[in-house]
Design a protein around this ligand. Sequence first.
Ligand code: GLN
Ligand code: ZN
Length: 773
Amino acid sequence: MVQATNLGFPRIGGQRETKKLVENFWAGKITEQALDEAAVKLRAENWKLQQAQGLSQIPSGDFSFYDHVLDHSVMFNVIPQRFRHLAEGHERNFAIGRGIQKPATETQEKVDIEAQEMKKWFDTNYHYIVPEFETNQTFHLSANAKTVQEFNEAKALGIHTRPVILGPLSFLLLGKAAKNSAGLDLITLLPKLLPVYEELFAQLAAAGADWVQIDEPILALDISAAVVAHFHTTYTHLTAAAPKLKFLIATYFGRIGNNVSFIKDSGVAGLHIDLVRAPEQLEHVIANIGQTQVLSLGLIDGRNIWKTNLAAALKLAETAVAALGSDRVFVAPSCSLLHAPVTLRFEKRLASKNPELFDWLAYSEEKCKEVHVIAHALNHGTDSVKAELADNARSIEARRVSSHTTNAAVRQRLEAIVPDQLRRRNVFPTRQVKQHEANPLPAFPTTTIGSFPQTKEIRLARAKFTKGEIDAAAYHDFIKKEIAFCVKEQEELKIDVLVHGEAERNDMVAYFGERLEGYIFSENGWIASYGSRCVRPPIIFGDVHRVNPMTITETVYAQSLTSKPMKGMLTGPVTCLQWSFVRDDIPRSVVCTQLALAIRDEVADLEKAGIVHIQVDEPAIREGLPLRSVDFDFYLQWAVDAFLLSTTGVKDTTIIHTHMCYSDFQDIFQAIVRMDADVLTIENSKSDMRILGAFSTHGYNAEIGPGVFDIHSPRVPSTHEMKERADAMLKYIPSRNLWINPDCGLKTRGWKEVRESLTNMVAVAEALRAASA
Ligand code: GLN
Ligand code: ZN
């Protein structure tokens, strides 16, 4: 029998219940006990829902309040020194994720601890907390290990689940050496780590588990032969130590390639592969697994919202069944459904207002059903699910022939693009002289990345406007007041290049999507981004184009309030693409070019309106990078071209800024150089400074603002610590090129901490000016 399985279900709840619970806990509105009880309920609902869709292997241990990698680290005692004195429990876990700051009280000293580093999970927009390992790291399994607890919780409900854990190799190699352990070769910790996995497996076996899913996503990366050899010894060892369990090694987001070589004689019971991202790997993998090993087919896109073409998926699955026999085949989503929204049940507006498009969609709940239909067809013949297959075929065809997905004018404009549209008129050194002359700024200019706190009032006003409780005039009036407030605050803080604060934007991609043709919006298509934060990616279903200016009114109004330069804020084409659910019927590169033309028009309008600084954010350019280096060039060519197409239509004196939320550029440095921005602001507050060295080695000569503080934490950084960072930056960046700014937008923060942080930040710039005067 082919099993209908799942790798992970979204943990956020059908209506973002987890987010609300966690935030209420942070705010002291609910107790730890209430938090736990609510989570028990949520998990039960998730399991029952998957069961109701017809899945036979349902994951457990996939729930998390903050991040599953963080939970895994804590379960294995990988807790950085600085958090170890805190009492075990949710509060400590949240502190690791968010940092913690508490004023001194009569009984307690003040607490001020920086969060652990957060990183994008492969090429997704999900962020994980990077495990920090020490040279003399000790691993041990926490009492009431979460994985065992949740398995038992499901068992008590009569649901036999497949526990999911992060595998030892991915755990180590996705982590980093703690500050006190520089130079630590992470893989050397393996012998110390494995006994703890063994203990966990013993507990799971004792609890009655049989299949255990071990996620080893690094198998989709370029890993060395030495690491592949470690996979072999590790799994031979672990399978021998846990004879009662069947291990399913899960890979996703790309092809396993030759890393598959260890599987055959590793003793593992099965392998999961992503056949959405890499359908061509099926044959190779079938030829390279052992005689009895199970192959789990990732046929349903866990990263997107479109219905699966069931006929096509079935065909692929039939190949596998023909080669392996039905007992050796599982059907599954391509990856954990963590990256897909929860359920279409609450998409009421789309269902009634746009039934054509609604009919093309499948969220997690519906994807589970698709898994079931495929497995059922394989087990009992296509006739047994005739109605489901017919209905699916009808909607796939309807989408294919829909007149709403193509626009002839857009296609023509794309055809007509010429190389000159991808170049500035002069090289940066020439532009810089003209820019400084035309628009002089103090040395070490200060700026922010764009957004200011999205306060309760702002969200409330937007909600009222959306619901029709206030009219457009009242809403725009409100936004104008917010902009004016934000400008005044920045003037008082003595920031040099101001922003309007993005109060009118709920989300940096959705805002533009709402104003572009070819996009549509869900009400409830939320996915986890980091911590309690969820995003609701807009949906690109058709050819994208701009009909009206999108940001001119707000930017021009903001500029009218100040004599300081106002920076126009746009989201770049690659980021719009990357943070949307993208149509899968034309290449991503084409969608990206369509977006680029729309942004290019907006840049031109801003310039025409007298805006001198224009920032085109591309925080997502790196996460779009393919997982394998052989695929880099192809992607970077079209991605950077799209950025250039959107930004180069301006005069030399117009200053193009771009922003990225990371600083891990080593492998894409040439692409960053080719983007040819005048000012680049990047994340740098958590990563170490050495990365900046790459800028000088690669001869990067444009202006840079490596973030001097981490906006993901509510912690207020002191002037002293930021000044130290800036001083360290000056070792790598010539002083005329250094900007002083936070590492990302401030929208998730509160005004109090923002004011304090920015006051300290401006003091850094003043100190630097004084020192160099
Ligand atoms: N301008 C955006 C903001 O400040 C940039 C956000 C981002 O890089 N993610 O919110
Ligand atoms: Zn950012």
